[in-house]
Design a protein around this ligand. Structure first.
Ligand SMILES: C[S@@+](CC[C@H](N)C(=O)[O-])C[C@H]1O[C@@H](n2cnc3c(N)ncnc32)[C@H](O)[C@@H]1O
Length: 195
């Protein structure tokens, strides 16, 4: 995230930039370091962490991601052998930008049903709480959410309270759950082994 920018300004800047240079050039810019989204190494590490808990992604049928950034997790999942359906919920401009960069996904505005893997990395936690409910999937096989404890740019959203409650509710449906601190800030929540 560009620190210091408010969430809506950030989204508006992306749209303005896409209008100026076109979606493919913006995709290339996002993948140059101007925007501090997860890079390929970080995304590969996240894939490995998920696979170490829940098994290989090549055996997974569907992934649903909220806030795909520059597509790093998408490309890391495909590189790991994921061949299934990839759903993405993101702001409209990102559909054009990531599609121009080769992302093949089904674009959604609410959570699909029956997903194998749900990922949301520093994304759900940056969206106003009132907008989150439709984006939350019901009982994915595996979930991996990373959130900032407080999102300062959105009037200091208290994510700690929100995700602690969400995690406590969800854990009852899973054989395994784990919360670890993220080395990039905030916490990672894992749920796997839906019972
Ligand atoms: C900080 S980036 C995180 C990107 C990536 N997941 C990562 O780990 O680097 C936040 C993402 O959330 C997306 N986003 C912002 N508002 C959104 C909304 N209302 N619904 C879905 N995604 C949104 C942004 O476009 C961006 O892809």
């Amino acid at each position: 995230m560009n620190m210091g920018l408010k969430w809506l300004e950030n989204n508006k800047m992306l749209s303005q930039r896409a209008d100026q240079v076109g979606p493919k050039a913006l995709f290339d810019e996002l993948n140059s370091s101007r925007w501090q989204y997860a890079d390929a190494d970080m995304a590969e590490a996240r894939v490995k962490e998920i696979e170490s808990r829940a098994g290989p992604l090549k055996e997974c049928n569907s992934i649903y991601e909220v806030g795909a950034g520059k597509g790093a997790f998408y490309f890391a999942a495909r590189a790991a052998g994921f061949k299934g359906t990839y759903y993405i919920a993101d702001i409209p401009v990102m559909k054009a930008v990531l599609s121009a960069g080769g992302v093949e996904a089904i674009w959604v505005t609410e959570a699909p049903t029956d997903v194998d893997l749900f990922v949301a990395h520093y994304s759900l936690s940056e969206i106003p709480i009132a907008m989150r409910a439709p984006l939350l999937p019901s009982r994915p096989q595996t979930a991996y959410v990373i959130f900032q404890h407080v999102f300062a740019e959105m009037d200091a959203i208290d994510n700690e309270a929100y995700f602690s409650r969400w995690f406590a509710e969800q854990r009852q449906a899973y054989e395994h759950s784990e919360r670890v601190e993220s080395k990039y800030g905030g916490s990672c929540l894992y749920l796997w082994g839906l019972v």
